[in-house]
Design a binder for this molecule. Sequence first.
Ligand code: ATP
Length: 517
Amino acid sequence: MNQEDLFKKLIAHSKEYGYIFPSSEIYDGLGAVYDYGQNGVELKNNIKKYWWDSMILLNENVVGIDSAIFMHPTIWKASGHVDAFNDPLIDNKDSKKRYRADVLIEEELGKIEGKMDKEIEKAKNRFGDSFDEKIFRETNPRVLEYQQKWDDLHTRFAEALNNSDLVELKQIIEDNEIVCPVSGTRNWTDVRQFNLMFSTEMGSTADSSLKIYLRPETAQGIFVNYLNVQKTGRMKIPFGIAQIGKAFRNEIVARQFIFRMREFEQMEMQFFVRPGSELSWFEHWKEIRIKWHKALGFGESNYRFHVHEKLAHYANAAVDIEFKFPFGFKEVEGIHSRTDFDLSQHQKFSGKKIQYFDPELNESYVPFVVETSIGVDRMFLQILSASYCEEEIDAGDGKKDIRVVLRLPAPLAPVKLAVMPLIKKDGLPEKAREIMNELKFEFYCQFDEKDSIGKRYRRQDAIGTPFCVTVDHQTMEDNTVTIRYRDTMEQERVPISQLKSMISEKVNLKRLFEKLM
Ligand code: ATP
């Protein structure tokens, strides 16, 4: 299956099985806004718990907060968002479609990478075991030509971004003959800046109303609470403050499902450190965060670091963790060394001293900050796309069938266990209810007695339930059930009394945390 088809199937599957619905669907939807359904909300909560506990439980010096979405408007002036939270936009005059100029160029870079990969793949097949990719990359004239093209474009692009040179961005698009994917033409407008913040008004009368913004990131809620937390928690540097919450951005191009939304959720942690130590803490968090992703078992080669071409005005180091989505490697998380920019700015704009007295150094300073920032929704998409799987299986009588299964990591799966009476009589449903009533306090169980057992298994495979337990006539005699494993489809007979410990063991988030230590 090609990646485009896979992505389409994933979107359809998410809707069919109660993971994600387009927002306001009966009114034909609202651009780049989505709702999470009955299974989606469970997976989302589990992702948040995995992140939250990994921050709060595993780090003695990280605490959480939950700040309001509405904040004093001067915060966004101080942070630089009012003046500089812009994306460069460009329109195609024929299709009337709007694009982010930087994304168009990044996609062009991706295409060149794709061509190189193809050459390498072809050579790999031709030479077999004797193939040396490094030598091939350094000597093959075609690959060298592509590499030169990529390097030239990349250098020019990084320079244009760093200088916020909009004329040059347009020139790059023209020189590289980048066309609109819809109209196929190169009839472009000039590149303009577009501020991504949504604004609204607070207050009941026109004169007293205050223009406020929906926060475009949760981080500022942490910065403005730095003093409160440090004092009331008697926190000693280095320490971190974590927060999960909604953020809003009026994204120019809203494509790729929940990858880029206008209302989304972030999980951010700001780690306050002594000035001068920030780059070693940056390395520290980089390693911790990539481990957190890899612990899910989706394969090492599906992750990579991407160093920023353009550093934000506040940063002295920045890296993205990218995951290989069906539409290519894309950012899921950013790790940024934000210097003392934010706290200094708030100190300046609020007139309040925001400093830390370091007893070891016997001096006060504005702490430096290393942040880790990840989108819940992008993480959700990472997990869905890595877990979705279609398999050919035996359907009996020599026939084949396709089984759709979500191979979700068990600790994140919405439903952990489905309890199924084989038939709806002979006391089997009552016995199944008994088991369910015993286990439902431990983890999320579902009772399922409709349709044939095969159909029920399929339904649970499709939502990623790792375990199904079937109650049959033998259960009534010896208190054993069959447990069926989602990934292998193997079944085994076990005593009811062992179910709790067997399943708890596998679905506990501890299984993931152990890999982080
Ligand atoms: P991009 O370059 O893709 O626009 P960004 O660099 O602006 O992302 P950050 O400001 O670093 O993103 O935000 C941190 C994280 O928040 C991102 O890594 C991503 O997971 C998430 N995020 C940002 N914008 C969106 C969005 N529009 N929809 C969903 N998640 C988002």
